[in-house]
Write a protein that binds this ligand. Structure first.
Ligand code: CA
Length: 232
Protein backbone atom coordinates (compact mmCIF):
# COMPACT_ATOMS: atom_id res chain seq x y z
CA UNK A 1 0.00 0.00 0.00
CA UNK A 2 1.36 3.40 -0.87
CA UNK A 3 2.24 5.79 1.91
CA UNK A 4 -0.32 8.48 2.67
CA UNK A 5 1.10 11.98 2.96
CA UNK A 6 -0.56 15.20 4.09
CA UNK A 7 0.87 18.41 2.62
CA UNK A 8 0.17 21.49 4.73
CA UNK A 9 1.11 24.59 2.77
CA UNK A 10 -0.79 27.83 2.27
CA UNK A 11 1.08 28.76 -0.91
CA UNK A 12 -1.26 26.89 -3.20
CA UNK A 13 1.12 26.77 -6.16
CA UNK A 14 3.85 25.20 -4.04
CA UNK A 15 1.34 22.81 -2.48
CA UNK A 16 0.12 21.79 -5.92
CA UNK A 17 3.64 21.36 -7.28
CA UNK A 18 4.64 19.22 -4.30
CA UNK A 19 1.46 17.20 -4.63
CA UNK A 20 2.15 16.45 -8.30
CA UNK A 21 5.69 15.34 -7.51
CA UNK A 22 4.52 13.07 -4.70
CA UNK A 23 1.72 11.59 -6.81
CA UNK A 24 4.30 10.93 -9.50
CA UNK A 25 6.34 8.99 -6.92
CA UNK A 26 3.29 6.87 -6.17
CA UNK A 27 2.26 8.36 -2.82
CA UNK A 28 -1.33 9.03 -1.84
CA UNK A 29 -1.58 12.74 -1.14
CA UNK A 30 -3.93 15.12 0.60
CA UNK A 31 -3.54 18.88 1.02
CA UNK A 32 -4.48 21.40 3.67
CA UNK A 33 -4.00 25.15 3.25
CA UNK A 34 -4.28 26.39 6.82
CA UNK A 35 -3.36 25.26 10.30
CA UNK A 36 -6.79 24.48 11.63
CA UNK A 37 -7.91 22.23 8.80
CA UNK A 38 -4.46 20.60 8.84
CA UNK A 39 -4.82 19.72 12.52
CA UNK A 40 -8.33 18.47 11.94
CA UNK A 41 -7.23 16.21 9.07
CA UNK A 42 -4.15 15.01 10.93
CA UNK A 43 -6.21 14.00 13.96
CA UNK A 44 -8.98 12.42 11.92
CA UNK A 45 -6.84 10.39 9.48
CA UNK A 46 -3.84 8.11 9.78
CA UNK A 47 -1.05 9.63 7.68
CA UNK A 48 2.33 8.03 7.25
CA UNK A 49 3.91 11.46 7.05
CA UNK A 50 2.95 15.14 7.26
CA UNK A 51 4.84 17.89 5.43
CA UNK A 52 4.11 20.90 7.57
CA UNK A 53 4.83 24.51 6.65
CA UNK A 54 5.53 26.70 9.67
CA UNK A 55 4.16 30.02 8.44
CA UNK A 56 0.46 29.30 8.07
CA UNK A 57 -2.68 31.38 8.47
CA UNK A 58 -4.81 30.69 11.52
CA UNK A 59 -2.80 28.21 13.49
CA UNK A 60 0.91 28.22 12.67
CA UNK A 61 2.82 25.03 11.95
CA UNK A 62 4.53 24.87 15.34
CA UNK A 63 1.18 25.10 17.09
CA UNK A 64 -0.26 22.41 14.81
CA UNK A 65 2.71 20.19 15.65
CA UNK A 66 2.39 20.86 19.37
CA UNK A 67 -1.31 20.03 19.44
CA UNK A 68 -0.87 17.01 17.18
CA UNK A 69 1.80 15.62 19.53
CA UNK A 70 -0.67 15.65 22.42
CA UNK A 71 -2.67 13.06 20.49
CA UNK A 72 -0.41 11.11 18.18
CA UNK A 73 3.05 10.51 16.77
CA UNK A 74 2.56 10.89 13.03
CA UNK A 75 6.00 11.70 11.58
CA UNK A 76 6.33 15.36 10.58
CA UNK A 77 8.83 17.06 8.29
CA UNK A 78 8.75 20.84 8.77
CA UNK A 79 9.05 23.26 5.88
CA UNK A 80 10.92 26.27 7.21
CA UNK A 81 11.95 29.58 5.79
CA UNK A 82 15.65 30.18 5.27
CA UNK A 83 17.52 31.46 8.31
CA UNK A 84 14.76 30.71 10.80
CA UNK A 85 17.20 28.92 13.06
CA UNK A 86 14.90 29.10 16.04
CA UNK A 87 12.11 27.43 14.07
CA UNK A 88 14.34 24.52 13.18
CA UNK A 89 15.51 23.96 16.73
CA UNK A 90 12.06 24.49 18.23
CA UNK A 91 10.56 22.24 15.56
CA UNK A 92 12.89 19.36 16.29
CA UNK A 93 12.34 19.89 20.01
CA UNK A 94 8.58 19.82 19.45
CA UNK A 95 8.83 16.42 17.83
CA UNK A 96 9.41 16.93 14.11
CA UNK A 97 11.60 14.20 12.61
CA UNK A 98 13.25 16.50 10.13
CA UNK A 99 12.99 19.87 8.46
CA UNK A 100 13.71 21.19 5.02
CA UNK A 101 14.49 24.78 4.17
CA UNK A 102 12.45 26.58 1.55
CA UNK A 103 13.07 26.95 -1.32
CA UNK A 104 14.04 23.28 -1.54
CA UNK A 105 15.13 21.02 -4.37
CA UNK A 106 12.34 18.52 -4.91
CA UNK A 107 14.93 15.71 -5.05
CA UNK A 108 16.05 16.56 -1.54
CA UNK A 109 12.48 16.56 -0.25
CA UNK A 110 11.78 13.20 -1.91
CA UNK A 111 14.95 11.74 -0.43
CA UNK A 112 14.03 12.95 3.05
CA UNK A 113 10.54 11.50 2.66
CA UNK A 114 12.00 8.14 1.68
CA UNK A 115 14.28 8.14 4.71
CA UNK A 116 11.45 9.18 6.97
CA UNK A 117 9.12 6.45 5.69
CA UNK A 118 11.86 3.83 5.79
CA UNK A 119 12.28 4.38 9.50
CA UNK A 120 8.64 4.74 10.42
CA UNK A 121 8.29 1.23 11.85
CA UNK A 122 11.65 -0.45 12.07
CA UNK A 123 11.03 -4.06 12.95
CA UNK A 124 13.90 -6.00 14.50
CA UNK A 125 13.40 -8.71 11.88
CA UNK A 126 14.39 -6.67 8.86
CA UNK A 127 17.34 -5.00 10.48
CA UNK A 128 20.67 -6.58 9.55
CA UNK A 129 22.36 -8.39 12.39
CA UNK A 130 25.51 -6.31 12.01
CA UNK A 131 23.58 -3.17 12.85
CA UNK A 132 24.36 -2.84 16.51
CA UNK A 133 23.52 0.11 18.68
CA UNK A 134 25.47 3.17 17.53
CA UNK A 135 27.34 1.32 14.77
CA UNK A 136 27.28 2.62 11.19
CA UNK A 137 28.95 0.67 8.43
CA UNK A 138 30.01 1.12 4.86
CA UNK A 139 32.07 -1.69 3.32
CA UNK A 140 34.96 -2.33 5.67
CA UNK A 141 34.38 0.97 7.44
CA UNK A 142 32.83 0.86 10.88
CA UNK A 143 31.83 4.00 12.77
CA UNK A 144 31.17 3.48 16.46
CA UNK A 145 29.20 6.45 17.74
CA UNK A 146 29.39 5.32 21.37
CA UNK A 147 33.18 5.10 21.40
CA UNK A 148 33.58 7.87 18.79
CA UNK A 149 35.89 5.72 16.69
CA UNK A 150 36.13 4.96 13.00
CA UNK A 151 37.90 1.84 11.79
CA UNK A 152 38.65 0.30 8.43
CA UNK A 153 39.08 -3.45 8.77
CA UNK A 154 39.92 -2.84 12.40
CA UNK A 155 42.50 -0.16 11.65
CA UNK A 156 41.66 3.11 13.35
CA UNK A 157 41.19 6.27 11.28
CA UNK A 158 41.82 9.43 13.26
CA UNK A 159 39.23 12.14 12.57
CA UNK A 160 38.56 15.54 14.08
CA UNK A 161 35.19 16.08 15.79
CA UNK A 162 33.70 17.81 12.78
CA UNK A 163 35.02 15.25 10.30
CA UNK A 164 33.51 12.53 12.50
CA UNK A 165 30.16 14.36 12.65
CA UNK A 166 30.15 14.85 8.91
CA UNK A 167 30.87 11.18 8.24
CA UNK A 168 28.26 10.13 10.78
CA UNK A 169 25.62 12.43 9.24
CA UNK A 170 26.28 11.06 5.75
CA UNK A 171 26.25 7.44 6.96
CA UNK A 172 23.02 7.98 8.87
CA UNK A 173 21.45 9.32 5.69
CA UNK A 174 22.83 6.73 3.28
CA UNK A 175 21.56 7.31 -0.28
CA UNK A 176 20.21 10.74 0.65
CA UNK A 177 21.94 13.62 -1.08
CA UNK A 178 22.60 16.21 1.61
CA UNK A 179 23.01 19.85 0.64
CA UNK A 180 26.01 21.81 1.88
CA UNK A 181 23.62 23.87 3.96
CA UNK A 182 22.16 20.82 5.68
CA UNK A 183 25.62 19.41 6.34
CA UNK A 184 26.76 22.75 7.66
CA UNK A 185 23.81 22.87 10.09
CA UNK A 186 24.47 19.36 11.32
CA UNK A 187 28.24 19.61 11.53
CA UNK A 188 28.87 23.17 12.68
CA UNK A 189 25.63 23.85 14.52
CA UNK A 190 22.67 26.00 13.60
CA UNK A 191 24.32 29.19 14.79
CA UNK A 192 27.42 28.84 12.64
CA UNK A 193 28.01 31.95 10.59
CA UNK A 194 30.35 31.49 7.69
CA UNK A 195 30.86 30.04 4.28
CA UNK A 196 29.22 26.77 3.30
CA UNK A 197 32.41 25.85 1.46
CA UNK A 198 33.84 24.80 4.83
CA UNK A 199 31.82 21.66 4.08
CA UNK A 200 33.92 21.03 0.97
CA UNK A 201 37.02 21.34 3.10
CA UNK A 202 35.81 18.61 5.49
CA UNK A 203 34.86 16.41 2.55
CA UNK A 204 38.40 16.81 1.18
CA UNK A 205 39.85 15.83 4.53
CA UNK A 206 37.63 12.76 4.76
CA UNK A 207 38.50 11.70 1.23
CA UNK A 208 42.20 12.01 1.92
CA UNK A 209 41.87 9.95 5.10
CA UNK A 210 39.49 7.29 3.75
CA UNK A 211 38.80 7.17 0.00
CA UNK A 212 42.39 7.81 -1.05
CA UNK A 213 43.94 5.53 1.56
CA UNK A 214 41.65 2.57 0.93
CA UNK A 215 41.07 3.12 -2.81
CA UNK A 216 37.30 3.55 -2.61
CA UNK A 217 34.76 6.13 -3.78
CA UNK A 218 32.67 6.44 -0.65
CA UNK A 219 32.03 10.19 -0.55
CA UNK A 220 30.30 11.20 -3.74
CA UNK A 221 29.69 14.70 -5.02
CA UNK A 222 26.32 15.41 -6.59
CA UNK A 223 27.01 18.47 -8.67
CA UNK A 224 24.92 21.46 -7.76
CA UNK A 225 23.24 19.62 -4.89
CA UNK A 226 25.67 18.31 -2.30
CA UNK A 227 27.16 15.07 -1.07
CA UNK A 228 26.03 11.49 -0.56
CA UNK A 229 27.33 8.14 0.63
CA UNK A 230 25.51 5.46 -1.32
CA UNK A 231 24.84 1.93 -0.14
CA UNK A 232 27.58 -0.36 -1.37
CA1 CA B 1 3.53 29.53 4.36
Amino acid sequence: MSAHILIVEDEEKLARFTELELLHEGYAVQKAFDGRSALEEALKNEYDLILLDIMLPGLNGMEVLRRLRQEKNTPVILLTARDSVMDKVAGLDAGAVDYITKPFAIEELLARIRVCLKFRAPSAADRPAAEEEGILQWGSLRLDDTRKTVRWDGQEIILTNREFLMLKTLLENKDVVLSRETLLDRVCGYDYVGETNIVDVYVRHLRSKIDEVYGVKMLQTVRGVGYVIRSE
